[in-house]
Design a protein around this ligand. Structure first.
Ligand SMILES: *Cc1c(COP(=O)(O)O)cnc(C)c1O
Length: 390
């Protein structure tokens, strides 16, 4: 028997790993010092915990600890990266390149900067969700100061050709930022191997606590300079003031250690389960996978079931299955997802899409249950659908 509801919405957030929680607990009780207090043991202990956490987080992405800036999450890291570059490099130019399928954190930050004089080029993607490198090269101008391309997409799991993109950015002397919220801790995201200058990621997407994230900021070749978006006590090398969230940093560090150690095994196990789920659901007539099946995260599949209304499909899951349709952040609206639109998925299919985000705690029994549940729901709904003619 499986425990209900089955959670397959791990792209929205993940459960905090019990090992992470255990590491954090002392910092909510005895070890409550402020990491910036230099005059007593409470502060020293907190500072030491932060140093360890910072080294663990840096190690996951192959960075130097000095290159990690802790933030409240990926949204804040994205804001700091894009706004920080825009303000810092205004003498060089005002043009920013991003992609239509980026997370709202990137898109809305760009929109905000447009009002402040930035010129934004939002590049289209192919049907498989991948950015065309020729289109990228053609979009570059002498005034381009930043290229922002996410590592892996939160809705369809598609992984962009990051090495190739960074090579283009490097060749043109442009800073390259990647939102790796979905990729970090799941696949190899090494900032030097991939040539990334700024990288945002978040603990709660990788079995850590909510409310903590990081921005990697390259210190050499090139040295990236950011204007802070939060002023105050000068924490985080003046890039992000505010008392450090010590328990969350400890948890983030532990989550990174676990991810680094278990990533390869976990990816293998989850891709096998994901493929089993996908194959099982493709037995349903008129079902489709959205986005590249080749270049994508091992634990994600986004599928559409024609002749079904998305809302009714979700209602029929009844409290047994936790998944998302479209973008989690806007799933309260009935607008089809802008990401699926950018891939050219027809409206009817975009409306009937489900994102399955598998995670560390999913089991084979749950996969079997979900295949059966979704197959039954689709069949029942089609029987009562006026468009469904057998
Ligand atoms: C979740 C997510 C974010 C936002 O991260 P928070 O830590 O929740 O602010 C940004 N980008 C992508 C791709 C995400 O999946």
């Amino acid at each position: 028997m499986v425990n209900l509801p089955v959670y397959m919405d791990n792209n929205a957030t993940t459960a905090c790993d019990p090992r992470v929680l255990e590491a954090m607990l002392p910092y909510f009780s005895n070890l409550y010092g402020n990491a910036a207090s230099r005059s007593h043991a409470f502060g020293w202990q907190a500072e030491e915990a932060v140093d360890i956490g910072r080294a663990q987080v840096a190690s996951l992405v192959g960075a130097d600890p000095k290159e990690i800036v802790f933030t409240s999450g990926a949204t804040e890291a994205v804001n700091l990266a894009i706004k920080g570059v825009f303000e810092s490099y205004s003498s060089k130019g005002n043009h920013i390149i991003a992609v239509a399928t980026e997370h709202k954190a990137v898109l809305d930050t760009c929109k905000h900067l447009e009002k402040k004089g930035a010129e934004i080029s939002l590049l289209p993607v192919n049907q498989d969700g991948l950015l065309d490198l020729l289109i990228l090269e053609a979009a570059i101008r002498p005034t381009t100061i930043l290229i922002a391309v996410m590592f892996a997409n939160n809705e369809v799991g598609v992984i962009q050709p990051i090495k190739e993109i960074s090579a283009i950015a490097r060749k043109n002397n442009i800073i390259f930022f990647s939102d790796a919220s979905q990729a970090a801790g799941k696949v190899n995201v090494d900032v030097n191997q991939f040539g990334v200058d700024l990288l945002a990621f978040s603990a709660h997407k990788m079995y850590g606590p909510k409310g903590i994230g990081a921005l990697y900021v390259r210190r050499k070749n090139p040295r990236v300079k950011l204007i802070a978006q939060m002023d105050g006590g000068g924490h985080e090398r003046n890039m992000r003031s505010g008392t450090l969230n010590v328990p969350a940093i400890v948890g983030f560090g532990k989550a990174c250690v676990i991810a680094k150690k278990e990533m390869a095994e976990e990816a293998k196990r989850l891709s096998r389960l994901r493929d089993k789920l996908e194959t099982g659901l493709l037995h349903i007539e008129h079902s489709f996978v959205n986005g590249s099946k080749l270049h994508r995260l091992p634990h994600v599949t986004n599928m559409s079931f024609d002749f079904i209304r998305g809302e009714s499909l979700f209602l029929s899951f009844n409290k047994e299955l936790a998944v998302s349709s479209g973008s989690a952040c806007t799933s309260a609206t009935l607008e089809p997802s802008y990401v699926l639109k950018a891939l050219g998925v027809p409206e009817n299919l975009a409306h009937s899409s489900i994102r399955f985000g598998l995670g560390r705690f999913n089991t084979e029994e749950e996969i079997d249950f979900v295949i059966e549940k979704v197959t039954r729901s689709v069949s029942v709904l089609r029987e009562s659908s006026p468009e469904w003619v057998v």
